[in-house]
Design a protein around this ligand. Structure first.
Ligand SMILES: [Zn+2]
Length: 126
């Protein structure tokens, strides 16, 4: 068998032929008045390609607005949490709440949070 005979000549349509088929199909649909179908198809493909990028950007923007990072009010251990949620400090076990860009201690109902101030003996004598 002679493998170079014209009867067995085959073209490889996997690369350029595939795109030619798509373009020819699009032209044919446009020629018979279904151009809107082709346009909507390309719009759909564009949306599918753009949607993940847009969603990723929105997700990052949401994370920057929602995540609070700061020191624990009791032990200065660096905490990370979602805004408005309560969590427990893994270092000292204090219940803290993320609000206004920082962590605040959650006091029990009716308790008064006081801040201790160091006073030197000489100041009292004056
Ligand atoms: Zn702590």
């Amino acid at each position: 068998m002679n493998q170079n005979s014209p009867n067995q000549l085959q073209f490889n349509f996997s690369g350029v032929g595939c795109w030619l088929t798509v373009i020819a199909g699009a032209w044919l649909l446009g020629a018979i008045g279904l151009g809107w179908l082709v346009k909507s198809f390309f719009v759909l493909v564009g949306l599918i390609l753009i949607a993940p990028i847009v969603l990723f950007g929105v997700f990052r923007w949401w994370l920057q607005r929602t995540i609070v990072e700061g020191p624990c009010p009791a032990c200065n251990f660096t905490l990370t949490g979602l805004k408005g949620t309560e969590s427990v400090c893994p270092s000292c076990g204090t219940v803290v709440k993320a609000a206004q860009g920082q962590f605040q201690r959650v006091a029990a109902e009716g308790s008064i949070d006081v801040e201790a101030v160091d006073v030197e003996a000489q100041q009292i004598e004056d």
